[in-house]
Design a protein around this ligand. Sequence first.
Ligand SMILES: Cc1cc2nc3c(=O)[nH]c(=O)nc-3n(C[C@H](O)[C@H](O)[C@H](O)COP(=O)(O)OP(=O)(O)OC[C@H]3O[C@@H](n4cnc5c(N)ncnc54)[C@H](O)[C@@H]3O)c2cc1C
Length: 395
Amino acid sequence: MRNDRVHYDQVIVGAGISGLTLAHHLADVLAPEQRILLLDKDDDPDYNISFWLDGEAPFAPIMAGSWRRIELRHGQRRTVCPLERYALHAFWRDDFDAYLHAELGAHPNVDLLEAEVLAVEDHGDHAEIETREGRVHADWVFDSRSSLDGIRDADPDLLLMQGLALEIEAETACFDPELATLFDFLLDSPQFDFMYLLPYTERRALVNAAFVTPFATRVSREHCAEVIDRYLADRFGCSRYRVTRQSFGRLPLASRFPERRPGSRVLPIGVRSGMIKASTSYAFTRILADSRRIAASMAKTGQPYYRARTAWYYRAADRRSARIFQRSPALAQELMFGMFTPERGDLALAFLDERNDLAENRRLFEAVPPETLKRFLRQLLGLGGGAPVASERTA
Ligand SMILES: Cc1cc2nc3c(=O)[nH]c(=O)nc-3n(C[C@H](O)[C@H](O)[C@H](O)COP(=O)(O)OP(=O)(O)OC[C@H]3O[C@@H](n4cnc5c(N)ncnc54)[C@H](O)[C@@H]3O)c2cc1C
């Protein structure tokens, strides 16, 4: 590429989750003469991604499992929710990359190139990308480079999600493969920390310890492994198992990123565009929906901009909720646990997806103990904490 001024219609910077997902959707809808380039600097570490979705799961061959019954646990309390509209799914990042590289490799108009991007310039009617291998000229650039630089300054309340995911094979049958544990709150830790367990079979499962901490706090892999070990023994009677796959990762739960500027030839995508929902740390479903809408808009109008359908109050509430999760984790866990009743599993997931209207949210929150809801709302509106909930910790 060096010394040549190469032109592409669409350039995607970063072939990670959002870059590959967008390339998949663009390749699907754009005319075959439209050329798409994916640029990435190196391989990413493997990690597990779980998500819930209404409708069919995308990339079905790589899904490690799918579940239509979920449980939430809060100490000795337990709620089981059968799902009708939603299902929970999980996959591994390496499988995702391999699958999409193979799929995109079969499109003659899609190129994947290993190159570090040094700068992206917006020139109004086109964009220029400077890479270590040379310059590229593009009609549109979708940029998914994300870095921690400046994020902390922009958000002093920044939280970090850190955790260990282990795929395990137990010596004996310990799990119910029909029932996924979505949240099992760790009540004796000082933050909004939780376990989740996705059973593939009676003996094989993915178990994850997730810690939500202030940005400067570090939780070690060893600590996570100990917590998982204890958890498997106490909750599932599973004390002998072997680890077949694992990942340890950290993710800033940043909710203030640069907004997209209509008219710009460079669009942030993925984590860079604020796709992580700060109060849950989930991003994949949002990335999927965003990619579909960008591609649909490109096909229809020749422009990637679409009208966001999310009600304004969700974004505002998400930012503030993340702060309450930090200040009052026990209250947040009570609220989250209270939202899920056997009849309201789908409604609760749709709320976390920011899909419910006000009437649906009213029906959802009728199930939450009034004192918990009142206290949470007071904090959300900046009116102070109100009376503590029964299980409030002193830590
Ligand atoms: C450990 C972990 C677990 C997670 N679990 C979940 C989960 O269970 N559910 C969920 O919904 N979300 C989860 N997430 C959040 C989110 O889905 C992922 O972070 C996802 O990878 C975000 O996609 P992305 O495209 O924004 O970033 P990435 O997938 O990280 O892609 C960015 C790409 O840009 C490339 N890049 C960076 N700089 C340059 C450069 N200068 N030049 C060229 N290329 C560059 C990188 O190599 C990378 O491939 C998790 C995140 C982490 C880190």
